[in-house]
Design a protein around this ligand. Sequence first.
Ligand code: 76R
Length: 278
Amino acid sequence: MANEQAVEVPQTLEGWFLLHDVYTLDWKAWRGLTDVDRERVVSQAGGWLACHAAVEKGDSAAYSVLTQKGDLMFVHYRESPDALAEVELSLRSIELSDYLRPSYSYFSVIELSMYELQAIVAMRLREAGVEHGTAEHEAAHEKEYAKQRERMNGRLYRDIPGGAYICFYPMSKRRGEHVNWYAMSMDERRKMMRGHAGIGHKYHDTVTQIIAGSVGLDDWEWGVSLHADDMIVFKKLIYEMRFDPASSLFAEFGPFYLGIRRSSDQLAAALGAGPRRS
Ligand code: 76R
């Protein structure tokens, strides 16, 4: 076998753990309830959501899902997989869950990849004359990363972004016979990520992206969440990215979930149980 060079792995920083939890409603059973019963179920669900959104370490939100892929999506950010499991289970204990049928769910962890920072840290250590492979290098490296982590805390441990709409989809980078993201050199990947970020940054004021890694955690490699007040910006941003090499050559996509944010007191609207029209 040819003497293949090891490919450099980008370092990543991890933050909150994420669960995207999608359900369809059993409309027949739901319609069979009296208005009074429905109101009780909705109000209990609203209380459940408000209580979970108020946790100190994390956040929870609900969305009405467009299309037949689902009716309701809950999104939870938590400090640990255990805390996520707890909130996932707690939904089973409220009455609404008798009417919910699981449709899709996705587990991931907020991730910042260090393509740029890694190069900067390496350069700083080189400039300081710290020799690679020494204990001194290890310690200086650790110190730099601790500093970067501190700087990034607000992005790693944050609430669910605002915005009337969410666009969530899982994706992977291609590992095909002809193009393989994981066989590209660090420099090539860094260059492509720079192009990617350059396009993304044009949407900085209108879209918030949350990238969550899921290699080894779920079926795809990342969960992409975009949050905005205008659905059309999702379309424009994603379309523009399709022409960028990081996406045009390497991106593979799972199903897209588009949702409308519902606060705890707007759940009635999400469940079709709002005020009746006369
Ligand atoms: O985090 C940062 O803002 C730094 C730059 C950046 C990184 C490292 C960035 C910026 N992204 C990064 C990583 Mn992104 N992103 C996607 C998609 O539909 C598609 O074609 C791809 C789905 C969108 C729409 C999007 C938007 N990004 C990543 C990664 C991890 C890759 C890795 O580590 O190898 C993925 C999978 C990914 C996918 N990206 C931005 C955006 C936007 C809007 C920005 C600018 C953010 C801002 O400036 O506010």
